[in-house]
Design a protein around this ligand. Structure first.
Ligand SMILES: C[S@@+](CC[C@H](N)C(=O)[O-])C[C@H]1O[C@@H](n2cnc3c(N)ncnc32)[C@H](O)[C@@H]1O
Length: 270
């Protein structure tokens, strides 16, 4: 995609914390398979608009992270995807475009409790109407995505409770948690307690290292690499508690990878 990575520190302030490894990411973006051209085109204009409209444009997942989500959906033949935290929809569109050539059944092979089970779908939750309307506007440009994304506006926990009541047997093959660092543990508990994850499904939790500040929470005070960004009060602590909480939960197994801002990959214990 057409970015000048020499200016990326200006474009992505998160980079000062090594959240984004500029040169490495430029390389991984360029040497990872491009998105289908029509998807890449939509993403490019969407990213430009997001940078223009939002000071917090660094909320966006990076290109390589989106490609990872795309690839995971292909590898695990995911049909039913839940995203908590749409923002302007760059990951939503990347994930939905991976579904379009996906298998017609969920990975568990079961009817997933809704009439669209023969088609893949991303349900994405967001509370900011401006971000969501930008996401919708760009997703509409690709006709084949129209019936593959359900945008749900409102506080994520309320939306989760409502959609679970509406479709009590529905399970998801991939759940991307990327909103509200104070809410990760509640989202995770709700997902597990209500059996929202299909047997071979994955939960991907973003920002598992929270700008490197979870290290401090765990007592690694000597780490100097990630120390330039002040903590948003409580976020690093909450993410560290979430990581501890998941590790202790016998229903799941987890691996945290030091990629991007840290991603946690959680599956049901086998
Ligand atoms: C890091 S951004 C998501 C990035 C997005 N997944 C992407 O790939 O670009 C987090 C989003 O979560 C939203 N958010 C924060 N708290 C929320 C809540 N309680 N319910 C729903 N959305 C929330 C924010 O408005 C923000 O757009």
């Amino acid at each position: 995609m057409g970015y000048n990575y020499n200016n990326i520190i200006d474009v992505f302030p998160g980079n000062i914390d090594n959240r984004l490894r500029t040169k490495e990411e430029e390389y991984t973006n360029n040497y990872s398979t491009p998105f289908p051209p029509e998807v890449a085109k939509v993403l490019e204009t969407l990213i430009d608009e997001t940078i223009h409209e939002f000071e917090e444009h660094y909320y966006m997942t990076t290109e390589t992270e989106r490609k990872l989500l795309f690839q995971l959906i292909k590898i695990f033949r995911c049909s039913h995807v839940l995203e908590i935290g749409t923002f302007t929809g760059v990951a939503t569109i990347a994930m939905a475009s991976a579904l379009s050539s996906c298998s017609s059944l969920s990975s568990s092979g079961e009817n997933n409790g809704d009439n669209s089970s023969s088609r893949g779908k991303v349900i994405t939750l967001e509370m900011d109407p401006k971000a969501m309307s930008i996401a919708q506007k760009h997703a509409k440009k690709l006709k084949y995505l129209n019936d593959r994304i359900d945008f749900v506006l409102g506080p994520a926990m309320e939306s989760l409770v409502r959609i679970t009541k509406e479709q009590p047997n529905k399970q998801y093959d991939l759940i991307f948690i990327d909103a509200n660092k104070d809410g990760y543990t509640s989202y995770f508990d709700f997902i597990m307690d209500n059996h929202l994850l299909s047997d071979n499904g994955l939960i991907i939790a973003d920002n598992a290292l929270y700008y490197g500040q979870v290290h401090r929470q765990a007592g690694y005070d000597d780490i100097k690499l990630f120390n330039s960004r002040p903590d948003i009060p409580g976020h690093a602590k909450n993410i560290h508690e979430f990581n501890q909480h998941v590790l202790k939960d016998k229903r799941v197994q987890v691996v945290i990878l030091p990629l991007f801002d840290g991603i946690s990959i959680i599956t049901k214990s086998k």
